[in-house]
Design a protein. Structure first.
Length: 382
């Protein structure tokens, strides 16, 4: 008597998706179970374990999730109130103006009374209610404030030091630098200049065209999410000449160490590494881990930052993956995403016909391709 067949989790996910298609076609559960070569009880257990739910169960799960979300929000609000009271109770707020802002913050965010907020901050209610002299016509620094605002409008990128130097040396006004700094902050004239971190990787070889198989492999990431909102990160890589998809990583997060491990497996599977890896300036790609992994045996070609068109082959592949797979599915689990995306890439290699390849599949073209790489001047790869 033959032993009972045990299906892997991937096979179960595929059969459940097929069962959904047959259900939409009007087949009964018995007919579906017969076509899938399983019993109706097994199909029921699979649906219960791998996300198949009836309408009542789905509604109940939705209600529980909404209640859980409300409880989490209430808990977060309570923790925010505790943190705010703990912060103002540590004595870090010194000036009356800062204490007024703290009282306003507590009243707006925690909905407590002004009396309780003033007590927590340590500010008298009469002081809180009194209008600051800087906001009245009797302000002795009104003229200086006006001059600073005028200077800031004319020189929006200057700081308080250059404003003080202008007053001191150009206008001949004897004014303390610390006072200018204080008024500058009170008027909100600070300008925070952001210096973005430059993450341009240094290529080990010049730009090169993929004139033969295993010359240039292009790599990139894209993102999706499961129905619970958790992120999915997808790493893809193709041979620019044959269009073969040679890498498939679907995880919540992909580190540089995981990337190099999977690259090693891909090189072993496809008969060795390519001559060049082409990629953008993502943090995983410019890491020392990948640089050490490639060493002197694999060239690295980075595209200029902000120019995805220079990596057009992998961008085109990712566009097809997005439109034909990711946008057409709702992932109930990471496992389902792995299975379906792997099937899509296998379909791309063996069944998708490219006009640029003479309407052959990448696998067919790679099997018949006889092109050899021609070295160019200035390129160390031969």
């Amino acid at each position: 008597m033959a032993g009972r067949k045990r299906n892997s989790a991937e096979e179960i996910v595929r059969k459940l998706r097929r069962a959904d298609e047959l259900t939409a076609a009007g087949k009964t559960q018995e007919e579906i179970a017969g076509e899938l070569e399983v019993s109706a009880a097994t199909l029921y257990n699979w649906r219960r374990s791998y996300g198949g739910m009836d309408t009542d169960a789905a509604k109940e799960l939705k209600d529980l999730r909404e209640q859980n979300t409300r409880l989490k929000r209430l808990l977060a609000d309570a923790e925010l109130e505790k943190d705010a009271l703990r912060e103002v109770g540590e004595g870090k707020i010194l000036s009356p103006a800062a204490k007024r802002r703290a009282v306003d913050m507590l009243v707006e965010t925690t909905n407590i009374s002004k009396r309780l907020a003033c007590r927590a901050v340590g500010l008298a209610r009469s002081t809180y209610a009194r209008t600051p002299i800087a906001q009245t016509p009797a302000d002795p620094d009104a003229a200086l404030r006006a001059d600073l605002r005028t200077y800031a409008r004319e020189h929006p990128m200057h700081g308080f030091r250059r404003a003080w130097a202008h007053l001191r040396y150009d206008c001949g006004r004897s004014v303390n630098k610390k006072k200018v700094h204080r008024l500058w902050k009170e008027e909100g004239l600070q300008v925070r200049i952001r210096h973005p971190r430059k993450r341009a990787g240094i290529s080990s070889i010049p730009q090169i065209d993929a004139d033969a198989p295993k010359v240039v492999w292009a790599m990139d990431f894209q993102f999706d999410s499961t129905i619970d909102g958790k992120a999915i990160k997808i790493a893809s890589m193709i041979d620019e000449h044959t269009r073969l998809s040679v890498l498939n990583i679907v995880e919540r997060s992909i580190t540089a160490e995981r990337l190099t491990t999977e690259l090693g497996k891909a090189f072993a599977l496809w008969g060795g590494p390519p001559l060049v890896l082409r990629m953008d300036n993502g943090p995983e790609f410019i890491s020392h881990v990948l640089q050490q992994f490639c060493g002197d045996r694999i060239g690295i070609s980075y595209i200029p930052p902000g120019t995805p068109w220079n990596n057009g082959h992998i961008e085109s592949f990712n566009n097809r993956l997005r439109k034909e797979c990711l946008n057409r599915n709702h992932w109930t689990s990471l496992l389902e995403a792995r299975v379906v995306i792997e099937d899509f890439k296998d379909d791309h290699n063996n069944r998708h016909r490219h006009s640029s390849l003479g309407y052959r599949t990448p696998a067919e073209y790679a099997a018949r391709c006889t092109h050899n790489h021609q070295a160019v001047d200035g390129c160390e790869i031969d």
